[in-house]
Design a protein around this ligand. Structure first.
Ligand SMILES: O=C(O)CCC(=O)C(=O)O
Ligand SMILES: [Fe+2]
Length: 485
């Protein structure tokens, strides 16, 4: 703003000078007749113009702009952050089957066959520019991921075509860049005829580009050698990511967001007011919902109040919202966590009491970990995992209190509109807590407790984990030798 103000003032001053000169030259005969005018004409030509032309104001203005930028530059997102944010968009696109065309236009639609579902309707409409789309495509392109690169570059090409000739200073790319990248991505994906037509279009704008001209010849030769390529509709696979076996189930759960509970059909899934025979809960039982049997998963509704949930966030915020952990760190796979020791606030002690009363377990350190508060940003997720250690060398054993026997997870907030966690076919609600056993009674990990946090589509999401360990629970949850138990 300061730069613009400076430049506007400079241009105003130049305009004033120019108009003054114009008006003095309106009647050129008078200029030489009046000695004052004659003097100022000579002065103008000798000195005024020189001062105007050699004025340093323009360069001083731009220098100040650059200096100001350089001062904050190291605090600005780095290229990795941009890559991370682009990958976060691509993850949302995959997991929620969002249509790229729609995303670029600002709508979050899942298109499956003839079904169109709106997953999120922003309060304020916002769409992407050609250059925005190009950058997402370029991140995928640079990783050799043509599956994602192609639809984003296609959007970029079509938007650049629509605004051809309107150069924007902030843009990194142009129609030519987008055509060039898209052509190569299509070639890599096996669609030679498409690569050819895009490269020809490129040459219309930059006929002197030798590299692309050579590519055109190469594509023409390839097509002449095997004409069937012309009709080949390339189907590229999504690049492999870890957890391939579980990925389909994970994504399907994230997409369907759970269906209605089926407890009507299964009487053993019931609701109750839970006191667990604890005097602590006698006057204020907690609403318990058994959501799954094997493994046993229990949901405690309104386990925390709104003000407790708010307090948990406030206590964790200084750790998760340090400047460098802002939006950049939160986007993509990132989640940021804080460990809250009981001494930090008396509310944490009362949460511990409530957890102990409900579960009947000892949650004093070292039998349980400090409360871990996790904040996920947009695209933030937690891939399918176990909470318990699956290897004897796991750092979890450093507490010398055994493995994580159970998880008590509190939903401090849900991502706006999109719940982030689904148990089987059921989704959780804010302020609720989930409890499940990670280990069987014989101490072995329960392979059926594999779980995940779906990518956050909108806003951010907070959860708090209390991990309870094996030691200290010997008489509270006695072991058996039966592997079924
Ligand atoms: O955030 C979620 O929904 C799941 C978190 C989780 O599983 C964990 O923190 O271990
Ligand atoms: Fe977990």
């Amino acid at each position: 703003r300061r730069y613009l103000r400076g430049e506007e003032a400079r241009l105003r001053d130049l305009t004033r000078f120019y108009e003054k000169v114009l008006s003095l030259h309106e009647d050129s005969a008078v200029a030489v007749e009046n000695p004052l005018l004659a003097y100022t004409l000579i002065k103008r030509l000798q000195s005024d113009w020189k001062n105007v032309v050699h004025s340093l104001e323009a360069s001083e203005n731009i220098r100040a702009l650059k200096d100001g930028y350089e001062k904050v530059e190291q605090d600005l997102p780095a290229f990795e952050d941009l890559e991370g944010a682009a990958r976060a968009l691509m993850r949302l696109q995959d997991v929620y089957m969002l249509n790229v065309k729609g995303l670029a236009r600002g709508v979050f639609q899942r298109v499956t066959g003839s079904d169109v579902t709106d997953l999120y309707s922003p309060r304020r409409f916002f769409s992407l520019t050609a250059d925005d789309c190009f950058q997402v495509g370029k991140v995928a392109y640079d990783m050799g991921d043509y599956y994602h690169a192609i639809p984003w570059l296609e959007e970029a090409v079509s938007l650049f075509r629509g605004s051809y000739g309107e150069w924007k200073t902030e843009d990194e790319a142009s129609l030519e860049d987008a055509l060039d990248h898209l052509a190569f991505a299509c070639f890599q994906a096996g669609n030679v005829s498409r690569a050819l037509s895009l490269s020809r279009e490129f040459l219309l704008y930059s006929p002197e580009n030798k590299r692309v001209a050579r590519n055109v010849l190469k594509y023409e030769r390839l097509l002449a050698e095997s004409p069937h390529q012309a009709a080949a509709e390339a189907v590229i696979q999504r690049p492999n990511v870890p957890h391939l076996q579980t990925r389909d189930a994970y994504e399907e759960l994230c997409q369907t967001l759970g269906t209605q509970p089926v407890r009507y059909q299964i009487p053993s899934l019931y609701c109750s007011y839970e006191t667990n025979s604890s005097p602590y809960l006698l006057l204020q039982p907690i609403r318990k919902e058994v959501v799954h049997l094997q493994p046993s998963i229990v949901l405690y509704h309104d386990f925390v109040s709104d003000s407790e949930a708010q307090k948990i966030r406030e206590l964790a915020e200084p750790w998760v919202s340090v400047p460098e952990a802002s939006l950049c760190l939160h986007m993509e796979f990132r989640s940021v966590s804080a460990w809250l020791k009981d001494t930090v606030d008396p509310m944490l002690v009362s949460l511990d009491h409530r957890i102990a009363a409900l579960t009947g377990l000892d949650v004093q350190p070292p039998y349980a970990e400090y409360l871990q508060v996790v904040n996920y940003g947009i695209g933030g997720h937690y891939e399918p995992h176990f909470d318990h250690a699956t290897s004897p060398t796991s750092p979890l054993y450093r507490m010398k209190s055994g493995n994580r026997i159970a998880t008590f997870m509190i939903y401090v907030s849900l991502a706006l509109e999109r719940p982030g966690f689904i148990i089987g076919n059921r989704r959780t609600t804010k302020n609720a807590a989930l409890f499940w056993w990670n280990l069987r009674r014989n101490g072995e990990g329960d392979g059926d407790t594999l779980h995940a946090g779906c990518p956050v589509l909108v806003g951010d999401k907070w959860v708090a984990n209390k991990w309870i360990h094996e030691y200290g629970q010997e008489s509270r949850r006695p072991c058996t030798s039966s592997p079924e138990d």
